[in-house]
Design a protein around this ligand. Sequence first.
Ligand code: ARG
Length: 461
Amino acid sequence: MSQGNEKLWDGRFSEATDAFVEAFTASVTFDFELALFDIDGSVAHATMLGRCGIIGEETAEAIIKGLNEIRADIEAGIFKWSVQLEDVHMNIEAALTDRIGEQGKALHTGRSRNDQVATDVRMYLRHNIDLILLQIQHLQRGLLNLAEGHCETIMPGFTHLQVAQPVVFGHHLMAWYEMLRRDADRLQDCRRRVNTLPLGAAALAGTSFPIDRAMVADLLGFEAIAENSLDAVSDRDFAIEFTSAASLLMMHLSRWSEEMILWASPQFAFIELPDRFCTGSSIMPQKKNPDVPELVRGKTARVFGSLMALLTLMKSQPLAYNKDNQEDKEPLIDTVRTLKDCLRAFGDMIPNIKAQPDNMRAAAERGFATATDLADYLVRKGLAFRDAHHVVGRLVGLAVERGVDLSELTLADFETESDQITDDVYAVLTLEGSVAARSHLGGTAPDTVRAAITRAKHQLG
Ligand code: ARG
């Protein structure tokens, strides 16, 4: 950052800003990320000022030309940011006046940095929500492709992390898909409220110039216009909402991460993660560590932290703009970056997970996963469910004692507990029979899962 020499607001000041205070109050070290949105906003504002006759048409044209040149410098990475100029807005405005002279000073007519920054942040977020939605879609596609190949791959479903009932792996993956579907919904919904134009609120009370806010909204693609100037400059709900949706998404990714970490361990050995998403140990040559899911699980903490930071930032803040609001940017920008990185990692990794069907099946066979099927069988033979539950509990006890699976008990064994059990029982004790029986909407039967995948593909388009 180079040092500029003069402030745009120092008319009433009789001593220079303390050097520490200058650095302490500056935001350009992080809000430079808003630069291109700031320029878009300024171009629209200048266009409107010109068309409404608030500034001369020629002045408006000169400003727009200057701003576009600055945009090119920023894109080329040759724009010189100055901490002394405090923030992205004043850096760009100062550069404009340097470049085009006196006419540049007309740009800020009828506008304040308060409505300007609120507009920039909303445009930044809108842009990034759209990118994130595309990343979610990409991940959803990867998930569907993986699930499609595993509609018959039987694994244990868990409750309490204990083997519960058999499911197909594709069904488990489709549970992940559903989480993402809600995440995308939430972001789309949040986008509507992000996409409201604050510009025109000026510092807090509006402006005495005859501005046309609808024109600016139109030029910038905002679907609504903030209807109260005090609220417009101070509202950061949209940032909190986004970070909250981001937190839920990260919470989901952390759950998948945890499962992948467990499954990739030799104790489970349900999946293999691609080598390129793992790292080795500097001391233990045998190690293949699931660093990417571990890091995603860890990064969830930053996003939750940002949500808490933004909520606390806004708590008890009186209307309208307060400098506190400058603190919204780092948590928000960090959240956007973290989310994009994690989605990128998962988008590449998930479709390349390699399932180990034999190990999944062996695990499903070990935990009496079809005990509920046996209870349901007894209910169909006329027992009340509670009684059936008790009978099966005793049979499981017997199997545990013998060190065998339920399907390995003899008919004579079954008959000691219930005379309702005949040799058709063995059909319900198979893993295939168990999953196939759950063929209602939402169930784990292979055909049902295939139908769910088809529906999802259709929704994704
Ligand atoms: N850098 C400031 C922010 O991020 C811009 C708005 C400054 N407004 C003011 N009145 N000091 O909030």
